[in-house]
Design a protein around this ligand. Structure first.
Ligand code: PMP
Length: 380
């Protein structure tokens, strides 16, 4: 199988991640922070090592700012529902995943409003300007993706964070597609909330996500429960990360995050990005020569794009094309990719699109095989 569905979750996982998960199952089998026996304490130590590794990787203010979640969706929900109140306004973009749009839609019923700023691919000044114009006196948050999971378009999030701070508006960034592929530095970029899908660019197991924020103590909680700390009180603790991390935690998955970060660091983020973008650029050039193949964005170049590319063959339904690719042993995702607004902006709401996203494990031969298969499907 040629696997190009890495925007959904990366596959394969590096051997060191698989080993770390296996080791955690064997060595760290007791609930951390819940008991004084040796294995519980060793597990707590491993959890702390993982938290520290995440904090260092993203330059978070400290390990206590790192909250382990189920996925990126849960991290985004924690932020939006933990920060916004009736009467608040939010600025987001027209390229968001439903992980952002559905919580915002739900929050509308609680009196929160939002405005979508239009991203202009290849023109960061125009994009920042659109966000500036969307700000209002009651804007309490900017929330946007770092990279569109459909079009690979990269938002100028450093500049959007600076814009927010100029107006006293915090920023939450959905780094589902960028963490592990692009540099994400909380301190340098001045992010308030960082949401990560660890099972993608960090190569951790599915069911792992991360929220990083220095503002956790003042957030409303979406989930309350046992933390193993301050148990006499029925109130959720204000200390972080306990405030946002109730119940038994996914230790094998979290150990996988630490190993995934080591893998990314050993390869080098810059090298991973150049490798994957090089594959996507080669694919773009090859598809752009095929009559009847519709590409929707300009050529994916630095610094405006990340390695995700979507296209269509003539009027063909994208799901049908994905089925044909599957029959040829190639895994891609078609349809709307949980991002209907991003499709609407490019006129593909009906047809959807066929999405290709490589990982560090893909190579140029696979891109050639993919192009040849598209050519065959297109000719039939
Ligand atoms: N945001 C974006 C941009 C995504 O691509 C995805 C996953 N497709 C998510 C959020 C949700 O991530 P998760 O599946 O980890 O909840």
């Amino acid at each position: 199988m040629i696997y190009f569905d890495n925007a959904a979750t990366t596959y394969p996982k590096p051997p060191q991640v698989i080993r770390a998960v296996d080791e955690a199952m064997q060595k760290y089998g007791a609930n951390p922070g819940r008991a004084g026996h040796t294995m519980s304490m060793e597990t707590a130590e491993e959890l702390y090592r993982c938290r520290t590794a995440v904090a260092e990787f993203f330059h978070a203010p400290g390990p206590e700012c790192v909250v382990f979640t189920l996925n990126c969706t849960q991290a985004i929900n924690f932020v939006l529902k933990g920060v916004l109140k009736s009467g608040d306004h939010v600025v987001t973009s027209n390229l968001e995943h439903n992980a952002v749009m559905r919580p915002l839609q739900a929050l509308q019923k609680r009196g929160v409003t939002y405005t979508e700023a239009q991203v202009v691919p290849g023109d960061n000044d125009a994009t920042v300007d659109a966000f500036r114009k969307a700000l209002r006196a009651n804007t309490k948050l900017i929330v946007c993706t770092h990279v569109s999971n459909v079009w690979g378009i990269r938002l100028p999030i450093e500049r959007l964070a600076a814009l927010g701070h100029e107006y006293g508006v915090p920023i939450a960034v959905d780094c589902a597609q960028s963490a592990g592929v692009l540099p994400v530095d909380m301190q340098e970029f001045q992010f308030d909330y960082l949401c990560v899908a660890a099972h993608k660019g960090l190569y951790a197991p599915m069911g792992t996500g991360i929220l990083i924020t220095p503002h956790g103590a003042s957030m409303e909680t979406l989930m309350e429960g046992g933390t193993g700390t301050a148990s006499i009180s029925l109130e959720q603790p204000e200390t972080m990360p306990d405030r946002l991390e109730s119940g038994t935690i996914n230790i094998p998955g979290i150990a996988g995050i630490r190993a995934g970060i080591s893998f990314v660091k050993s390869k080098g983020i810059e090298r991973i990005y150049r490798h994957e973008l090089g594959l996507i650029q080669a694919l773009y050039r090859s598809l752009s020569k095929m009559e009847g193949v519709q590409l929707y964005t300009p050529e994916p170049v630095e610094p405006y794009f990340a390695p995700v590319l979507s296209f269509n063959i003539k009027e063909a339904n994208s799901e049908a094309v994905a089925q044909r690719l599957n029959a040829a042993g190639i895994a891609v995702r078609a349809g709307l990719h949980c991002a209907p607004r991003a499709h609407e902006s490019f006129g593909t709401l009906q047809q959807g699109a066929v999405r290709v996203c490589p990982s560090a494990f893909n190579n140029m031969n696979e891109i050639r095989a993919f192009s040849n298969t598209v050519m065959k499907i297109h000719r039939k």
